[in-house]
Design a protein around this ligand. Structure first.
Ligand SMILES: [Zn+2]
Length: 130
């Protein structure tokens, strides 16, 4: 899987632009479509990128990239964006890992508290009425 000089140059050009797109906040996740992203270019035009296939709706992706055997800058931007999102997620303490173990006990206590409160209210109501 050697890369030709032509491919390397084509990737380098697109990579620099992809970094700019990510830095400028031009990559957006598409609601309800976990693997699809919208990338907005400098002219305000939006392209739809499939993160799995690397396909993009831009002309570069349709015409030049298939011949070169590379992906467009938008697909690269999405790749960088996802990578950064994952890196950011990794920095946070691993809270989702903390499994709820003695869940039953607090839940039961809470239930007792509610019952006591209701009992107390009922008692006060009875006192008030009689
Ligand atoms: Zn594209």
């Amino acid at each position: 899987m050697a890369m030709t000089a032509k491919q390397a140059k084509a990737v380098a050009e697109r990579y620099a632009k992809a970094v700019e797109l990510v830095e400028a906040g031009k990559v957006f996740p598409l609601y309800g479509e976990p693997d699809r992203y919208v990338v907005v270019n400098g002219q305000g035009q939006a392209y739809l990128v499939d993160h799995i296939s690397g396909e993009c709706t831009c002309p570069d992706s349709q015409l030049r990239c298939p011949k070169l055997g590379i992906v467009c800058k938008h697909a690269m931007a999405v790749e960088l964006y996802v990578e950064r999102q994952q890196a950011t997620a990794g920095e946070r303490p691993p809270q989702p890992q903390a499994e709820p173990e003695p869940e039953a006990e607090p839940a039961r206590l809470h239930r007792i508290e509610v019952d006591l409160m209701e009992e107390e209210q009922a008692r006060r109501l009875l006192e008030y009425l009689f």
